[in-house]
Design a protein around this ligand. Structure first.
Ligand code: AMP
Length: 303
C-alpha cells in the first residue's frame, strides 16, 4: 500500500491504473477505522481494480471545536488496518493540502440538507461534507465511491451532489455494520465510558421498538415515534431528534404507507451518536422480505 499526502502524489499513483483502463474505487473516511469502514473497503476491493482510502478529519464539517479536538486519530494503526483490508493507496493529506491559503469555494446542496443533521448541526456541517467530498471526488476521479447507510442523510446529499454536478461516479451505499449487541459501529464509540457504552444501546433499542411495531401493522408515525421514545426512557437518553421521514426527500411522513427512514441523534454524555433504520410498511412488504438481521457484523457488498 502506498501512502500519499498530496493531490499530485495521488494523481501520480493513479495514472498507470487510469491509463490501463483499470477501475478505481474511493472510500472517504475520517479515520479511526473500524469494521464499518472496512466493509466499504472490502466492497471496493471486490468491485474495483484499485482501492483508494482517504483519511482526512475534515475541520469544515465540525460544528463544535471540542468535537474536532477530541475526534479519535491514530494514523499508524489506520494505515495497518487499511493495508490489511486490501487498500492500494492511502490518501492522508494535511488540512493545508485540502484547504490551501486563499481557498474560497464551497459546494452547497439545498433542500435535503435542511432537515435532521442539517437542522441539528447547522448548514455549515453539510457544506463542509459536500465541499470535501466534491474535492475528494475531483482529486481521485474514482469510478465508484463508497459510503455507509449509517450516515443515511449524507448518502442522500452525496447522491444529489453527484447528480447535480454531473460527476462521472457511481455512489454505492452499504448497510450499517453493528456490534454484536446492536450498537452501530462509529469512531465516536471509542470515546464512550463503560456506563455510556451501556446507555448507547438506547439508540438501537428505539429503532427496534419502532420496527417491531411497524412489523405488527402499526402505521401511525405518532405511535411509532412514541414507541421509540418509550424504549429510550430506561436508558435515560433524550434524543436530539427522532424522526420518521421519506427516504429520498427526508420530508416527514404522517403514515407509514411505504418504506420510511427512522433517524435518531442523541447525546450520550459528551458523545453525540446517530443511527437509523428503514421501517417497512406491512402493506408494502413482500411476503418473502428478509429483514436486516439484528447484530449484523458482516456487511454485504450489494454488487
Ligand atoms: P467517517 O469516518 O465516520 O466519516 O465514515 C466514513 C464512511 O464510513 C462513511 O461513509 C460512513 O457512513 C461509513 N461508516 C461509518 N460507520 C459505519 C458503519 N457502522 N457501518 C457502515 N458504514 C459506516
Amino acid at each position: 500500500m502506498r501512502i500519499v499526502r498530496t493531490v499530485e502524489g495521488l494523481r501520480e499513483a493513479l495514472t498507470p491504473a487510469r491509463r490501463e483502463g483499470r477501475t478505481i474505487g474511493l472510500v472517504p473516511t475520517m479515520g479511526a477505522l473500524h469494521d464499518g469502514h472496512l466493509s466499504l473497503v472490502h466492497c471496493a476491493h471486490e468491485q474495483c481494480d484499485v482501492v483508494v482510502v482517504s483519511l482526512f478529519v475534515n475541520p469544515a464539517q465540525f460544528n463544535e471545536r471540542g468535537d474536532l479536538d477530541h475526534y479519535p486519530r491514530d494514523e499508524r494503526r489506520d494505515a495497518e488496518t487499511a493495508a490489511q483490508a486490501g487498500t492500494d493507496v492511502l490518501f492522508a493529506p494535511s488540512v493545508e493540502e485540502v484547504y490551501p491559503t486563499g481557498f474560497a469555494t464551497t459546494v452547497e446542496v439545498l433542500g435535503v440538507t435542511e432537515r435532521l443533521e442539517g437542522a441539528a448541526r447547522g448548514a455549515a456541517h453539510f457544506r463542509g461534507v459536500s465541499t470535501v467530498v466534491a474535492k475528494l471526488l475531483c482529486m481521485t476521479l474514482p469510478d465508484v465511491a463508497y459510503f455507509g447507510q449509517k450516515d443515511a442523510q449524507q448518502v442522500v446529499v452525496i447522491r444529489r451532489l453527484a447528480r447535480d454536478l454531473n460527476l462521472p461516479v457511481r455512489i454505492e451505499a452499504l448497510p450499517t455494520v453493528r456490534e454484536r449487541d446492536g450498537l452501530a459501529m462509529s469512531s465516536r464509540n471509542a470515546l464512550l465510558s463503560a456506563d455510556e457504552r451501556a446507555r448507547a444501546l438506547a439508540l438501537p433499542a428505539a429503532l427496534d421498538a419502532a420496527r417491531a411495531l411497524a412489523a405488527n401493522g402499526e402505521r401511525s408515525t405518532r405511535r411509532l415515534l412514541d414507541a421509540a421514545r418509550a424504549a429510550l426512557r430506561p436508558f435515560d437518553v433524550e434524543p436530539e431528534y427522532l424522526e420518521l421521514v421519506e427516504p429520498d426527500t427526508l420530508e416527514p411522513i404522517d403514515t407509514l404507507t411505504r418504506d420510511a427512514l427512522l433517524a435518531i441523534a442523541a447525546p450520550i454524555g459528551e458523545v453525540r451518536l446517530i443511527d437509523n433504520a428503514i421501517l417497512t410498511s406491512v402493506a408494502s412488504a413482500a411476503p418473502t422480505a428478509v429483514q436486516e438481521p439484528k447484530g449484523d457484523t458482516v456487511a454485504t457488498c450489494n454488487a
